[in-house]
Design a protein around this ligand. Structure first.
Ligand SMILES: [Zn+2]
Length: 150
């Protein structure tokens, strides 16, 4: 095998079936920007249920934190009104029971509950926090909060 061939190596098990492709770090560095989105797209097709699991918008989350001017201390507590899943600290919970979908300086943070797949909304009002959740298969929201002011 030449050095050139060693950058892209199909891997075969003993029975001759392919179980993967090894890409060298040097080659991956050169192609990942182009190839990664193509792989991502193919994976979305293979796993449609997970297709909406975009990377968490952590920049938005940090901006939301930076502009914190509510009348109570910052809290990263999240709870799901549908299945009862909760975390006292979403940022540092190693179990990661919730996936952040969006965070806005207006005070609305939206999460995906990994246990029951509900959409969890955490609404930050001036002097209190309110949680609501909407199950995947329905549009009936549990724990209805008021609408956040713009
Ligand atoms: Zn849940």
């Amino acid at each position: 095998m030449s050095e050139k061939d060693s950058h892209l190596v199909p891997l075969y098990s003993k029975d001759g079936s392919m179980y993967g492709v090894l890409i060298s770090p040097e080659l991956w560095d050169r192609v990942s920007r182009k190839v990664a989105p193509i792989l991502e797209q193919a994976l979305d097709v293979m796993y449609p249920a997970l297709a909406n699991q975009k990377p968490e918008p952590l920049d938005d989350w940090n901006l939301f934190k930076d502009y914190w001017d509510f009348k109570y201390p910052f809290t990263a507590e999240v709870e799901c009104k549908i299945c009862g899943a909760s975390t006292p600290d979403w940022e540092h919970d190693p179990e990661k029971p919730f996936h952040l979908k969006s965070a806005s300086v207006s005070g609305l943070c939206v999460f995906h509950c990994k246990a029951c797949r509900a959409t969890v909304r955490k609404k930050h009002f001036k002097d209190h926090i309110c949680f609501e959740a909407t199950p995947t298969q329905s549009d009936v929201t549990v724990g209805e909060c008021a609408t956040l002011p713009e």
